[in-house]
Design a protein around this ligand. Structure first.
Ligand SMILES: Nc1ncnc2c1ncn2[C@@H]1O[C@H](COP(=O)(O)OP(=O)(O)O)[C@@H](O)[C@H]1O
Ligand SMILES: [Mg+2]
Length: 276
């Protein structure tokens, strides 16, 4: 029974990565639950094609006597279980985020893996779950700007969240998303995060147009287009997390991490136009 909180800047890809990791682990037959902890802008349901979920985390927070199992949606295509958020503004007003911890505490023993999606920046809605989780994944969207600005951006985003996670005893990892960097620059960024900031990079996911296309279709990209660049990188990240978080095939963890980096760098070097 393992819980991961996913954090990061708005638009970095938290909800996308939460959904796709859910698909990866459910496909590997790990009972997996995804929880929308973004109480003000919940979007997780949308990634699974669930529109206006009648029962949701907001209903649960407002009705402490309600059972958590009554608001779980099962996606039969991916075998992922989801606790969605309400898309109604009236449900969002004056909501008490601290109750999420009770919800996670009640439901997590039924699952091998629980992944909690967070709101932007400092995750005020989900901070209460930091006491129950064991891992925090920080999603970082790399911008195409001068390298010193990238370093400053990483320091700003990653260091605060890392300190926050460590204050609660969480193990912290970074996933780089929407990556379009050249291999030299990418290596520099990975080195900076791993050696200067001191957090392992557990996934590198390229920018891929298939991702928003899949989201609009209501199907995570790993299921919608499993052979695209992003899906292959998500699978590699899933394998790394399987070793790190679920302690399966643990021996190969560092080898896998290294292999994923090499495979990403290799893809960067394939000449344009050549089939990847
Ligand atoms: N690797 C990627 N390549 C291209 N677009 C992406 C990628 N990851 C996420 N996106 C897109 O970026 C937008 C923001 O993603 P989202 O997961 O909602 O971010 P967050 O939850 O961090 O705010 C969405 O439109 C999504 O489809
Ligand atoms: Mg989101």
């Amino acid at each position: 029974m393992v819980s991961i909180v996913v954090t990061g800047r708005g638009g970095a890809g938290k909800t996308t990565i939460t959904s796709n990791l859910g698909v990866y682990f459910a496909k590997k037959s790990y009972p997996t639950l995804l929880i929308d902890g973004d109480l003000y802008l919940p979007k997780l349901a949308f990634h699974f094609g669930i529109d206006n979920p009648g029962y949701n985390i907001h209903t649960l927070i407002r009705n402490p006597n309600m059972r958590v199992v009554d608001v779980i949606y099962h996606d039969p295509r991916t075998r992922v279980d989801i606790i969605p958020g309400s898309s109604k503004l009236s449900d969002v007003i004056d909501i008490e985020g601290r109750r999420i911890r009770d919800i996670v505490r009640e439901i997590q023993p039924r699952y091998r893996l629980t992944v909690i999606d967070s709101p932007v920046g400092i995750p005020f809605d989900t901070i209460s779950t930091f006491r129950l989780a064991q891992y925090q994944l920080i999603i970082v969207e790399i911008e195409r700007c001068p390298v010193h600005s990238v370093h400053r951006m990483i320091e700003n985003e990653v260091i605060k969240l890392k300190r926050l996670g460590e204050a609660y005893g969480l193990q912290v990892g970074v996933i780089l998303n929407k990556v379009r960097e050249s291999s030299d620059r990418l290596q520099d960024i990975v080195d900076f995060i791993e050696y200067t900031v001191g957090v392992p990079v557990v996934g590198i996911i390229p920018f891929d147009h298939a991702v928003p296309e899949a989201t609009n279709n209501g199907t995570p990209v790993l299921m919608y287009a499993p052979h695209t660049k992003a899906s292959r990188a998500i699978k590699e990240t899933g394998e790394i997390l399987e070793g790190w978080v679920l302690r399966e095939k643990r021996k190969g963890f560092f080898e896998k991490l290294y292999a994923a980096l090499i495979s990403f760098l290799h893809r960067q070097r394939v000449p344009a136009g050549k089939k990847l």
